[in-house]
Design a protein around this ligand. Structure first.
Ligand code: ADP
Ligand code: MG
Length: 316
């Protein structure tokens, strides 16, 4: 094998343990474990870039900023996103370097604050669905609607929350920088799916309050980097049809056509497994030599050796 370019998308469980306190210290402990697995992958000879989620992290930054609004002006959502990229990247840089040191591997680890261009006319802006930040009463929600123009929705009866759109990432702004860094570093990029920005009439970029799916951003990055493999690491070892039903069947190596058939039949939940399958299909479709893998962190090395995981390619 020559050097094989691999984009890894890390799910929420790679940063945070369910039920553990939401502290920076607890997150760092999880990131340290995660980075042992990534270091193992790196030692297998892959050239890696890392994309990670940031939902809970950016939510907490937003809430902290809001709660302190009488002391210091709250930060807008795009700024909170950049902050989350910064501290998650810092944790990965520190932990992954340590894990690589133990393996006597010298490659530097770098985090790139990354913007992703979205279309201001993306249909997602007409129907915001992603709840973010604090819960409010109906009265508070109404006030935010009129005063700030926020879209507020009742979140499963638990209270009112601001909802934002989840538009499709069209372009990774820092792609040229990722290209420069790729050969000589492990680059953490497009964290949280990238900071969503729109292009202005004069060509400048402007941050918007939206959430980009990190699986779709990882796909964009992988495709534009001409990566060989897109690997989406999550809680499950394989995607399944009839998920959580007595007749559940875990999926091994499937083609794009098979994946599209299962998508059409509604086997993958929106907002969780569906965007992963969509990203995998998009990547596999772009080039017959592309391989997309969905598996767990713990099975990543095995899946790269075709021993497990859900693998999607254009043809078999
Ligand atoms: P991540 O943080 O890794 O993006 P998500 O919770 O968004 O994780 O998505 C992964 C989850 O999707 C799995 O843990 C599983 O509970 C759920 N899921 C929904 N549909 C399926 C399916 N068809 N097969 C496997 N897992 C599924
Ligand atoms: Mg997810």
């Amino acid at each position: 094998m020559g050097f094989c370019k691999l984009v890894i998308a890390l799910g929420g469980n790679a940063l945070q343990e369910a039920g553990a306190p939401a502290t920076a210290e607890a997150q760092l402990e999880v990131v340290k474990k995660t980075c042992e697995y990534i270091a193992d992958i790196s030692c297998k000879g892959y050239e890696i870039a890392i994309v990670h989620g940031n939902g809970p992290q950016v939510g907490r930054i937003l809430m902290a900023s809001k709660a302190a609004e009488n002391i210091t002006p709250p930060m807008p959502f795009d700024v909170c996103g950049s902050m989350s990229q910064g501290y998650i990247g810092y944790h990965i840089q520190q932990s992954l370097r340590r894990a690589l040191d133990k393996r006597n591997k010298k490659v530097p680890v770098v985090t790139l604050i990354t913007q992703a261009v979205v279309d201001k006319d993306d249909p997602a802006f007409k129907n915001p669905t992603k709840p973010i930040g604090a819960f409010y009463t109906k009265e508070e929600a109404d006030k935010l609607k009129t005063e700030k123009g926020y879209v507020m929705k009742d979140d499963s009866g638990r209270g009112w929350r601001r909802v934002v759109a989840s538009p499709v990432p069209k372009r990774i702004v820092e792609l040229p920088a990722v290209k420069v860094l790729w050969d000589s570093t492990i680059c953490v990029a497009a964290g949280g799916g990238g900071i969503p920005v729109v292009e202005q009439e004069d060509g400048s970029l402007k941050g918007v309050a939206a959430v980009i799916d990190k699986d779709l951003a990882a796909e964009r990055l992988a495709e534009d980097m001409n990566a060989d493999i897109l690997m989406i690491l999550t809680e499950v070892e394989k995607a399944a049809i009839n998920f959580n039903k007595p007749n559940q069947v875990d999926l091994g190596h499937i083609t794009v056509a098979e994946a599209e058939k299962y998508m059409g039949e509604g086997h993958f939940a929106a907002g969780s497994m569906l965007p992963k399958i969509e990203a995998a299909v998009m990547f596999a479709k772009a080039n017959p030599s592309h391989k997309a893998i969905i598996t767990s962190l713990y099975k990543a090395v095995d899946a790269l050796e075709d021993k497990t995981g859900t693998i999607i390619t254009l043809n078999k």
